[in-house]
Design a protein around this ligand. Structure first.
Ligand code: FAD
Length: 320
């Protein structure tokens, strides 16, 4: 039985959502392979509450002060030392901008494969992974040879709330980073402009696609969202047309959401849209085309014209 180490990326004192998703993915890999899951946290400070009740064997801390803030040279050296000490079969994490920056360097240094932006596991035992190629137009199966494999999962591949229940022990792994020379000088963190909506926290989302036809028809989606107590989201064309702000776009180049209810109105369900919403608790789709890919992942589907159904739905909700 081997080890799967999940690198928990921190956002302040919390483990990032994408890392929790990776942890949930690692648990599924462990169930298929019989491996044990360990979460590794870089930097000083107590492990966050989020992991206290997770169904994982151990939380490993590398409390070096040099790891408190992002430093690719220190992160590569620390991960290399961690791997040397623990000899895992898999090193798993979420595919974030930071990971894109330093994990390839670690893979090159170790001479081991990195499956980046991984969107699924075809066969965990045989080391067969799925990742998008050609800008997400197709998915390719990638086969790795036996030995350590590094994997970064695309946001939304797994659910962040499926951590099971357990009581992991906490262990500190001492690593000496005093000889590491950082070639980068840190500056102030770049603060992305924060939009008014945070769809990732919404419990219900009414999402509109090109099927809405015209900008003025969006009012229908706003009315339905209001009646449901939902946020309005959209596919990319609606944002490209300038009908909604980018912070409402769901998908690979927009937000990843996991509401309890996702109502897709006139959305075909292209893969780039699906990766942002497939983990919704309940997906309801209204689409004129019975062959639209959205129906492959919908829990409930209506094959029909959204302009027939949405007004009736709003009326029914108001009549409650
Ligand atoms: C690198 C890259 C990144 C991308 N990122 C994203 C992303 O983040 N998010 C995203 O959404 N897309 C993204 N895309 C675009 C994606 O490939 C699709 O083009 C897009 O999702 C399609 O949007 P849509 O479903 O609204 O439109 P369409 O594919 O045109 O589908 C419209 C649907 O509406 C239905 N329809 C029409 N009229 C009605 C009606 N009256 N009632 C009911 N149904 C009706 C049609 O049957 C059709 O299925 C990306 C593409 C690339 C290459």
């Amino acid at each position: 039985m081997g080890k799967i180490i999940v690198l928990g990326q921190m956002e302040g004192s919390q483990v990032s959502r994408i890392s929790l998703e990776a942890l949930s993915g690692a648990r599924q890999l462990a169930a298929a392979t019989g491996h044990t899951v360990l979460a590794a946290l870089f930097g000083p400070g107590d492990p966050p509450e989020q992991l206290a009740g997770a169904d994982i064997a151990e939380i490993i801390r590398l409390p070096n002060a040099e790891l408190a803030d992002y430093s690719p040279d220190h992160y590569v050296a620390a991960a290399e030392a961690l791997i040397a000490a623990e000899q895992p079969e898999l090193l798993v994490t979420g595919h974030s901008y930071q990971i894109r920056d330093w994990l390839p360097r670690l893979a090159a240094r170790l001479g081991r494969p990195l499956i980046s932006d991984c969107i699924g596991v075809r066969d965990a035992g045989a080391g067969r992974w799925v990742r998008p190629v050609f800008q997400g137009k197709i998915s390719a199966d990638v086969q790795t040879s036996p030995g350590l494999v590094l994997v970064s999962f695309q946001s939304g591949t797994y659910r962040a709330d499926e951590l099971g229940s357990g009581s992991p022990t906490v262990r500190t792994v001492p690593v000496d980073l005093s000889a590491v020379e950082s070639r980068l000088q840190r500056e102030e963190k770049f603060q992305e402009a924060k939009g008014a909506v945070d769809l990732s926290r919404a419990e219900r989302i009414v999402a509109v696609g090109r099927g809405i036809g015209e900008e003025e028809n969006l009012q229908l989606a706003h009315d339905l969202a209001k009646a449901l107590g939902a946020e309005v989201g959209s596919s990319r064309p609606v944002v490209d047309y300038g009908w909604l702000d980018h912070d409402r776009q769901v998908g690979s180049s927009g937000q990843t959401v996991s509401p309890k209810l996702y109502l897709a109105l006139g959305i075909s369900g292209a893969i780039q849209h699906q990766v942002g919403m497939k983990n919704a608790g309940c997906i309801v789709a209204i689409n004129k085309d019975a062959n639209a890919p959205i129906f492959e992942i919908a829990d409930y589907g209506i094959v029909g014209d959204l302009f027939d159904y949405v007004p009736a739905l709003i009326k029914a909700l108001h009549a409650r």
